[in-house]
Design a protein around this ligand. Structure first.
Ligand code: ADP
Ligand code: MG
Length: 580
């Protein structure tokens, strides 16, 4: 692939230039270059959120020695040559601007050796000075960009903290990992591997990014015609999110945003998901290069289809078909399926994990109740109360008749107690840990020294409670999984809140400091359903199963979970003689 500098007439037709806004823009461009070079292994190393360093190492075709001097010129590319090529772009890059732009805001070092060449080349660029040397290097390319915006302090000031820049990088890398299952990606942050996919095939990356439980609830989508192919995965109806952020769209290998395709996916879930709930989706569209214009957006984040309505209909129909084929599993009255039988085997933690509800809506799945019973190892009382006979009072209390008494349950208090007991059980070394759910995108966060120390001192305990959290120096942590009962949306924030409350000196002055007990109490309190919530029928059923258990009479703070009023209470108030 010889590199040429694009002629003026082509340059004029290219959508206005590449902008490096933040570290993730550099990472995205370098990954795309590695993919265009045919790499099967891409390693991404990040230092200080990419502000200090971004290194992308690939085993692609490498850059020929004679092309190196042209590499950092604006509009130097091996991917297109003339205007006609603009209408059939099959590579991710085509403007020859990324390396030029990156070199203008970082110190850049490129080491490469092209296939078939005996020796490699190193190019070092700093403040407009370029040095080129021969070096020994494996076939492939390593690009190292350090000191982002070192020469423009005003732009550097606009960057966020290293951990929040890293979160953006991890988010984008994860989407590429999902879209390129045959390619092995490794993302390393400050020397630690954050995730690693092995390039083994279609489900491998879903497991690497989302964990086995989400993978078990993803449905493959597949449509093929001469003009267009659609592939990827969408979530089963049992799994949904409160935002669209987990809808990922790739067109001809390019990560894009497209409101019309997003809508097509959402439409397929109409009447399946409640309003305000969105699927997880990774939808990959392959279309003839001549039927899509990729040259419409400066950062190549949008495309224009020659026939957008057709693409809309095909994507919608493809998703609908996958959902239709899945539907028999979801019908509550269907005969036992593999799904159901797995859910009944409580002893097998893997089955349990597979079937746990992962929706960030708490307790929406019947299986969850069965699983929690399994975890508790207590026979729960059969519930005699019929759905219609329970009154939700003020969205705070459940009121029902129980064996001749009027029972009033404070559902937040009760749920708090249930979660607290689950954690008490899990604390015993001979018992199973709290089942955790993997976060789709691990969250990095920094802690002040007292909170950081608390995690480090109680690491094994916090892990048993279902939090997969790992320190990586300087008060920074990565959170990979949380207990199954925690809402995913603000997982790291929740953990920080829990730690703060646990260490709060006003916690309960009457009791000696006990980190574990306080941690369990605050986790239960912050995760339990809040008063004022409209409960779903299955949530009511779940809570009521525990309402009659003697262990659950008080919440961990000591407040009652249930009050029972017997006949004498009413008789005396109504001035009725008893038993009349
Ligand atoms: P573009 O990708 O639009 O062509 P870039 O500035 O990103 O522009 O890259 C310029 C050229 O450098 C590419 O066309 C390609 O020939 C070469 N190149 C860049 N990165 C790599 C890589 N990782 N492996 C092989 N060649 C590369
Ligand atoms: Mg490029």
């Amino acid at each position: 692939m010889a590199i040429n500098i694009l002629p003026e007439d082509v340059v004029r037709r290219i959508a206005a230039g590449e902008v490096i806004e933040r570290p993730v823009s550099v990472v995205k461009e370098l990954i795309e270059n590695s993919l265009d070079a045919g790499a099967t292994r891409i390693e991404i190393r990040i230092e200080a959120g990419g502000i200090e360093g971004i290194t992308v190492i690939d085993n692609g075709c490498g850059i020929q020695k004679e092309d190196i001097p042209k590499l950092l010129n604006r509009h130097s590319t091996s991917k297109i040559k003339n205007e006609a090529d603009l209408y059939s772009i099959s590579t991710l890059g085509f403007r020859g601007e990324a390396l030029y732009s990156i070199a203008s805001v970082t110190k850049l070092r490129i080491r490469t050796r092209a296939k078939g060449e005996a020796e490699g080349t190193e190019l070092i660029s700093e403040n407009g000075r370029i040095l080129i040397n021969s070096v020994s290097a494996p076939v492939g390319t390593t690009v190292e960009a350090t000191g982002l915006f070192h020469n423009t302090p005003a732009r550097r000031k606009f960057l966020k903290s290293p951990s929040s820049e890293f979160v953006r990088i991890a988010d984008v890398v994860a989407r590429y990992v999902l879209a390129y299952p045959k390619i092995s990606f490794e993302l390393i942050n400050n020397g630690k591997t954050v995730f690693h996919s092995y390039g083994g095939g279609s489900e491998d990356p879903i497991i690497a990014i989302w964990g086995a439980r989400v993978a078990a609830q993803m449905l493959p989508i597949d449509y093929r015609s001469e003009k267009i192919c659609v592939s990827g995965f969408i979530s089963a109806p049992s799994l949904s999110r409160s935002t669209r952020k987990d809808i990922t769209i790739f067109v001809n290998g390019r990560l894009i945003k497209d409101s019309s395709i997003t809508l097509a996916i959402e439409k397929a879930f109409e009447n399946i998901l409640k309003p305000g709930r969105y699927p997880i989706a990774i939808v990959k569209i392959q279309i003839r290069p001549s039927d899509v214009d990729v040259n419409v957006h400066p950062n190549k984040r949008e495309v224009r289809f020659a026939n957008p309505n057709e693409v809309f209909s095909i994507v919608k129909a493809t998703c609908e078909k996958a959902l239709r084929m899945h539907r028999p599993l979801m019908r509550p009255d269907s005969s036992p399926t593999q799904h159901d039988s797995l859910a009944n085997s409580h002893d097998d933690i893997q089955c349990l994990e597979k079937n746990l509800e992962l929706s960030d809506n708490f307790l929406t799945h019947d299986n969850l109740q069965k699983n929690i019973e399994g975890l508790f190892k207590i026979p729960l009382q059969p519930i005699h109360i019929k759905q219609g006979e329970v009154i939700e009072f003020l969205n705070t209390y459940l009121v029902f008749e129980d064996s001749g008494e009027l029972a009033i349950v404070d559902f937040h208090n009760l749920h708090e107690r249930i979660l607290f007991e689950e954690m008490n059980e899990a604390e015993k070394p001979c018992e199973k840990m709290v089942v955790s759910q993997k976060l789709i995108f691990p969250e990095t966060f920094a802690l002040p020294p007292d909170l950081a120390e608390a995690i480090e001192d109680n690491f094994d305990f916090i892990t048993r409670m279902g939090f997969d959290v790992e320190p990586f120096g300087n008060g920074a942590f990565i959170l990979r999984a949380v207990p199954h009962f925690v809402k995913e949306s603000s997982a790291a924030e929740l953990l920080i809140d829990i730690l703060r409350a646990t260490l709060d000196e006003n916690f309960d002055k009457s009791q000696p400091f006990d980190f574990r007990k306080r941690f369990k109490i605050t986790t239960a309190c912050k995760s339990a359903i809040k008063a004022g919530t409209k409960l779903k029928p299955e949530e009511i059923q779940f809570l009521l199963r525990h309402a009659t258990d003697a262990r659950f009479m008080n919440c961990p703070h000591g407040r009652p979970t249930i009050i029972k009023l017997d006949r004498s209470f009413f008789d005396s108030r109504f001035k009725r003689k008893s038993n009349i």
